[in-house]
Design a protein around this ligand. Structure first.
Ligand code: IMP
Length: 204
């Protein structure tokens, strides 16, 4: 059929990369949140955000790298004009424990003074990253500053955080997929999952 490509039609380098996606899946222990659940939640959050920000021209600020998938998907469910900016922060490196150290690798392009800023975060674990970012952004005097966190681990935040929009509360386990990585892998899995213990020690 036009527009469709069979695996056998692809050159070797492309078919190798398609096959290695299945290799990811061998490392998956349990799917916590399916593609369908993600899609439904995005519709719900998008509608809420559009309702709350009606007439306010919000600036969505994505926290890279993890939020790049979420940002693209949620933005298309917020049916109103919005603008975009990104910050890149480093918190974990290749480990799975929060270091509490946050470094800004890329700052905003916009001046946010007087803007309605909605911070889009992939996951809140200890909450230290978000806490740092909120303090930092508040200092720039936005008209409002709210947070949309797609995932929030239950009961392990080390600081109190006021999060306006939460997608899912999940158990305090390490998860991958939908933008989240372990050592830069698994970000393009379309669902959220835990990894088998051996996945943490195996090479790619
Ligand atoms: P926090 O400062 O402990 O809340 O961690 C926030 C950041 O750590 C997130 O933005 C992610 O980049 C990363 N992170 C926390 N938990 C996970 C996880 O379960 N999987 C992948 N990355 C995570």
């Amino acid at each position: 059929m036009e527009g469709r490509v069979a695996l056998s039609d692809l050159d070797d380098s492309v078919s190798t990369s398609v096959a290695s996606f299945a290799a990811y899946e061998r490392d998956i222990e349990r799917v916590l949140i399916t593609e369908t659940q993600i899609r439904d939640k995005l519709e719900e959050l998008g509608a809420l955000i559009a309702r709350d920000y009606a007439g306010r021209d919000p600036l969505l600020v994505g926290v890279l790298k993890g939020a790049f998938v979420l940002m693209a998907d949620i933005a298309r469910q917020i049916r109103m004009p919005v603008e975009f900016d990104f910050m890149a922060v480093a918190s974990y490196g290749a480990a799975t424990q929060s270091s509490g150290v946050v470094r800004i690798l890329k700052d905003l392009d916009h001046d946010i003074e007087g803007r309605h800023v909605l911070l889009i975060e992939d996951i809140v674990d200890s909450g230290l990253t978000l806490n740092y970012l909120l303090k930092n952004l508040r200092g720039r005097r936005p008209a409002s500053l709210e947070v949309c966190a797609f995932l929030k681990k239950t009961g392990i935040q080390r600081v109190h955080l006021d999060i306006r929009y939460v997608g899912f509360e999940i158990p305090p386990e390490f998860v991958v997929g939908y933008g989240l990585d372990f050592a830069e892998r698994f970000r393009n899995l379309p669902y959220i999952a835990t990894l088998k213990p051996e996945a943490y020690s195996d090479g790619p």
